[in-house]
Design a protein around this ligand. Structure first.
Ligand code: GLC
Length: 601
């Protein structure tokens, strides 16, 4: 606690000033001055696009304000003050919502709320955390039977489904507050065991604390206390937080039409600090982001260090979203160029090297190894014996997926749901690959969904693999928690992907399945066993993102046109560009041009 209060104080002493709208002198503060000065460390991009077309961010039709889409007329009321609910909440409450209003996104299909929905809304409202009298986020879980640990905190990633549910319901204030306050928490200083979390890092979570005012025990003041990993179990740095923040910022703009928020200098600075952190050169030569183990939803050791798919999919999505939100001008052309280069290279890399289906596995099975040349087919020197025995039997004729990770001489063949689903949502995959991933989910329903959607990864690590890779983690035993457990929160991401691909029926099937148990089981965090039959060994009950994920799925299915607040379309312009600079060189061939694979089409 003492250390917590000391940090902001030090900042005041160093001459930082606060943004007046945030209450309390102990609020996290950020410096004034040139908002973009921090970007000077961004290394200039090496080549690449010969010119940045004016208005690049509008290439995607999704960059258009939501209000122009006829479907959204009932949602974004032009010229209405921001945060004005688009419905009469009082009337809606009187309508039997149990203290809960009807969704703004009422959709074409009007129907009665299910009992589960009513319960979930009232639990979601109970999970709301306030700061200085205003709603700011939701706690991770409200389980009266367990020690809270850090589940009484607002996690950035956990809040996203809550935020989408609130946005779709017309309650935008909480999301706006969340976006602005977390921006204040963005890292400016060293905090983790005297090491820097990296300027621009967003915390994994934060807590509202009451601290005595000026040493008095009578008056208290609220402060926001962020955790960048310095208290987190395993001290893991949350790489995904900033990416989710950018994704949510764009969704907020699309739903509310409040584009002024994303245009604010401090918000633009926040976007750029996150991008700066991700785009900075290091030793790595791949376009994918290099991270430590446990840097995302799976926040414990699970052998996902390196270039895990989840981070790559969120990174791609955040770059697409950021590109829409950064105004095009002289001051931004370098960053926009850097974004485009990275998007282009990253999509090629993932589509080409992470993709597996029956045909590709057969190719790997026949790989030659130890190839030394620019033209190597087996670029990462994958030894065919690495193909796990389960995979050879498991991979269906129809369908494929993106593997979990790729490193020199190592392919992690486990299927990670979030990364695959978000790769569909963000158009990191080709449309055909997206289709094939959903085919696989359908074909392997009994393995990936079974009794509860959705397996976080498949299959589980067992025996020696579990011992060595998880470090004998008793929470991550086979088919439990992160190690092959089933996480109902993933339902909303599955729903989004299904809607995007025109297959809402598949999502309906999953939602119906979840509905059978979630309320009876008290909204657990996760389920265990190969078929997802048991409530997880150490699962929290009343886990907020479980119920918010369910509500969001329901609302999206009722209003499928709303999916576009989170999805991105295929951007053909990006595929046109070859950024490696080797296109014309006779000595070295661009691997992308040399690639025989058809995954780019
Ligand atoms: C667990 C999950 C993490 C989540 C947190 C709070 O640590 O692994 O993804 O954010 O709980 O719910």
């Amino acid at each position: 606690m003492a250390a917590t209060a000391a940090r902001p104080l030090r900042r005041i002493l160093l001459g930082y000033v606060g943004v007046p709208r945030f209450c309390g002198k102990f609020s996290r503060l950020r410096p004034v001055g040139d908002p973009y000065s921090a970007l000077s460390v961004l290394s200039p991009p090496r080549s690449l696009f010969s010119r940045i077309p004016a208005g690049f961010r509008f290439f995607s039709n999704l960059a258009e304000p939501v209000a122009r889409d006829k479907h959204f007329e009932g949602i974004y009321i032009q010229d209405a003050p921001v945060d004005t609910p688009a419905i009469d909440v009082a009337a809606a409450e009187a309508d039997g919502g149990g203290g809960v209003g009807l969704p703004v996104a009422e959709g074409k299909r009007s129907r009665e709320w299910t009992e589960a929905e009513k319960e979930a809304w009232s639990l979601l409202n109970r999970a709301v955390v306030s700061y200085c009298g205003s709603p700011l986020g939701t706690v991770a879980a409200n389980d009266p039977t367990e020690v809270s640990l850090n589940y009484d905190q607002v996690f950035i990633r956990d809040f996203v489904p809550s935020a989408i549910a609130f946005l779709l319901k017309g309650e935008t204030e909480i999301v706006r507050n969340f976006l602005l306050h977390t921006l204040q928490l963005q890292s400016w200083e060293k905090t983790v065991d005297c090491y820097s979390p990296g300027q621009g890092l967003m915390p994994a979570s934060f807590k509202v604390r009451a601290v005595p005012l000026d040493g008095s025990n009578e008056a208290f003041e609220e402060i926001l206390d962020p955790d960048f990993g310095e208290s987190a179990i395993g001290r893991v740095a949350p790489v995904d937080s900033g990416l989710w923040w950018i994704i949510l910022l764009r969704a907020y703009g699309k739903v509310t039409g409040d584009y002024a928020l994303q245009e604010r200098v401090d918000v633009q600075t926040g976007i750029r600090l996150i991008l700066n952190l991700c785009l900075t050169d290091g030793f790595d030569m791949f376009p994918s982001l290099l991270v430590t183990d446990g840097s995302c939803m799976i926040d414990r050791r699970m052998g996902i260090h390196g270039h895990p798919l989840e981070i790559q999919a969120l990174f791609y999505s955040a770059l697409r979203c950021a590109r829409e939100m950064i105004p095009i001008n002289d001051g931004s052309k370098n960053i926009v160029r850097a974004i485009n280069n990275r998007l282009s290279a990253l999509s090629f890399h993932i589509r080409e090297y992470y993709w597996v289906d029956m045909k590709k596995i057969n190719e790997i099975y026949r790989y030659k190894t130890e190839e030394y040349s620019q033209d190597a087919i087996n670029k990462f020197n994958i030894y065919p014996d690495q193909i796990p025995s389960w995979l050879a039997d498991w991979i269906p004729e129809r369908g494929g997926y993106l593997i979990g990770n790729l490193q020199p001489a190592h392919m992690d063949f486990r299927l990670f749901s979030l990364g695959n689903l978000w790769a569909i949502v963000s158009s990191l995959t080709t449309p055909k690959q997206a289709e094939e991933i959903l085919n696989l989910f359908e074909d392997k329903w009994d393995d990936l969904v079974a009794n509860m959607p959705l397996k976080i990864c498949y299959p589980a690590l067992e025996y020696e693999d579990w011992r060595i890779i998880t470090g004998s983690d008793p929470k991550n035993t086979p088919w439990s928690y992160h190690n092959g457990g089933s996480w109902p929160t993933l339902l909303w991401q599955f729903t989004l992907a299904c809607i995007k691909m025109g297959r809402p029926g598949l999502a309906e099937r999953a939602v119906k399945l979840a509905e059978k148990r979630l309320s009876n089981d008290k909204w657990p965090e996760y389920y265990d066993t190969r078929n997802g039959r048991f409530i997880g060994k150490q699962a929290r009950l009343y886990q907020t993102w479980t119920l918010a994920g369910y509500l969001t799925s329901r609302m999206l299915l009722d209003n499928p046109e709303m999916a576009c607040i989170l999805t991105c379309d295929e951007d053909l312009e990006l595929l046109e560009f070859c950024i490696c600079g080797l296109r014309k060189s006779s000595r070295n061939k661009c691997s992308r041009l040399a690639a025989k694979s058809q995954v780019l089409v």
